[in-house]
Design a protein around this ligand. Structure first.
Ligand code: PNS
Length: 167
């Protein structure tokens, strides 16, 4: 029998610029596998975001409002430091294709070097969601195609996006 007393807490990190139904599917599956899940919006100083942190957080909070064991958090530090602080033993990321896998494998190795006690779990995305990405949402919004953007955004979040754009 395992004597591992670590908490069954997981962290789902990313930029979430913005969160999509693809992220939401991964988050929902993570919330079914773990007792507590943190959706962590990480701030990378070298990255330019379309949406400010407040909007990205609002979207994420709206998207996972029905998941009792999910908490949205933001942080400007290292992912592994945050995971340790929150007592998460697992980092969960979704992968759509080989390109994602190569990137996530590198990130997993990097994070494992920094924090050997934390595992990374890669979840393959649902086949219906292979073509979904934050990049596609941003592209659709840039040409004013809100109807198609809405199809790949979590329910009720297009309103939050339109509010930031009109502000
Ligand atoms: O999906 P993303 O936005 O590329 O993922 C971001 C993140 C932080 C999960 C990934 O870059 C990672 O695992 N980085 C490890 C280094 C780190 O903790 N950076 C934090 C500031 S970005």
């Amino acid at each position: 029998m395992s004597s591992d007393k670590r908490k069954r807490y997981a962290i789902v990190p990313g930029s979430f610029d913005p969160m999509t139904i693809g992220h939401l599917d991964i988050l929902r599956r993570a919330s079914e596998l773990y007792d507590k899940v943190y959706l962590a919006i990480l701030i990378n100083p070298s990255k330019d975001y379309l949406f400010n942190l407040e909007t990205r957080k609002k979207i994420a909070e709206k998207a996972c409002a029905d998941m009792q064991n999910v908490t949205v958090i933001d942080d400007g530090g290292l992912l592994v430091d945050l995971a340790r602080k929150l007592e998460c033993s697992v980092i969960i990321k979704g992968v759509r294709d080989e390109k994602d896998f190569i990137y996530e494998k590198q990130m997993a190795a990097y994070n494992k070097n920094l924090a050997p006690e934390i595992e990374t779990l890669l979840l393959p995305c649902h086949c219906d969601l292979l073509g979904v990405s934050s990049t596609k949402v941003r592209e659709l919004l840039s040409v004013g195609d809100y109807e198609n953007a809405k199809k790949i955004l979590p329910c009720g979040t297009i309103e939050i996006i339109l509010k930031q754009r009109n502000a």
